[in-house]
Design a protein around this ligand. Structure first.
Ligand code: MN
Length: 265
């Protein structure tokens, strides 16, 4: 993985210490915080504290009412974060923290997971007898767009070509037309979350972006992986693969394009 300026700075080991010189070891923890810890600003406070300690990772609310944290960085900073998790922000009542040491995963940001970043839409586009699908993700006030000749898949073994096209305006989240020579219907739409170890939109710029869709047809984690760059000076024409990630929403062997009607959306 390419190092970037967003990584916390590393320092040479003090010369008085025994052992080989080099950056301090990165360690990682996974913590589950229980108590009255949701709806009290716990995720925001944890993210602020972690970033101020140059830690990376993520925080999320779990369905069972707990807050879960993955943090990685210097050992002393992790100890400080652990101490913070034991009390939390002012309105929280922490009843217990279970901390486990885990392997660092190479996160380059401290993210709040489970929070929508905007909307996505998939449009089915029938043009002069040919059909393709258009995937659009809201990023920084515009819709990053890809044309999918075969549409999306919920099967993690299937990689679908996605050719990047020009950004579209947000109005296209709602665009449909019945024109005979270019019929467009909304096939799926909903909020999505930005995921992965690299912050957006840098993840897209680097050609590997992970996200979670909350649509009617498309649900769970997906990845866009760039395989061929566009011509210099333009994002249009770059070739990507859209791949369903393996999670509880994946449906191996399925063909969502064939089986899902768009009626009633
Ligand atoms: Mn199209």
């Amino acid at each position: 993985m390419t190092p970037t300026p967003s990584r916390p700075p590393t320092h040479p080991a003090p010369s008085t210490r025994a052992g080989p010189p080099g950056p301090p070891a990165r360690a990682a923890i996974r913590a589950v915080v229980r108590g009255a810890v949701q709806g009290v600003g716990f995720r925001d406070a944890t993210a602020r504290r972690a970033r101020s300690l140059a830690l990376t990772g993520w925080v999320r609310n779990r369905d069972d009412g707990a807050v879960e944290v993955h943090a990685e960085g210097a050992g002393e900073a992790l100890e400080e974060l652990e101490a913070f998790l034991g009390r939390g922000p002012r309105m929280a009542q922490v009843s217990g923290v279970a901390v486990e040491r885990v392997a660092p995963e190479g996160h380059e940001q401290f993210a709040i997971r489970g929070v929508p970043a905007g909307m996505f839409v998939v449009q089915r586009h029938d043009q002069l007898g040919r059909r393709h699908f258009d995937l659009r993700l809201e990023v920084d006030g515009a819709l990053r767009s890809w044309a999918l000749p075969k549409g999306p898949s919920m099967d993690p073994a299937v990689k679908r070509l996605a050719v990047q096209v020009a950004d579209h305006a947000l109005e296209h989240l709602h665009f449909e037309t019945a024109r005979a020579d270019g019929r467009v219907v909304i096939w799926d739409r909903g909020p999505y979350e930005q995921g992965g170890r690299v912050p957006w939109p840098e993840a897209l710029a680097r050609g590997h972006a992970v996200f979670v869709l909350h649509g009617r047809q498309l649900r769970g984690g997906f990845a866009l992986q760039r395989t061929h760059p566009a011509a210099p000076g333009s994002a249009s024409g770059a070739q990507w693969l859209l791949i369903k990630r393996r999670d509880e929403h994946a449906r191996p062997g399925s063909d969502v394009v064939a089986e899902r009607s768009v009626e009633g959306l």
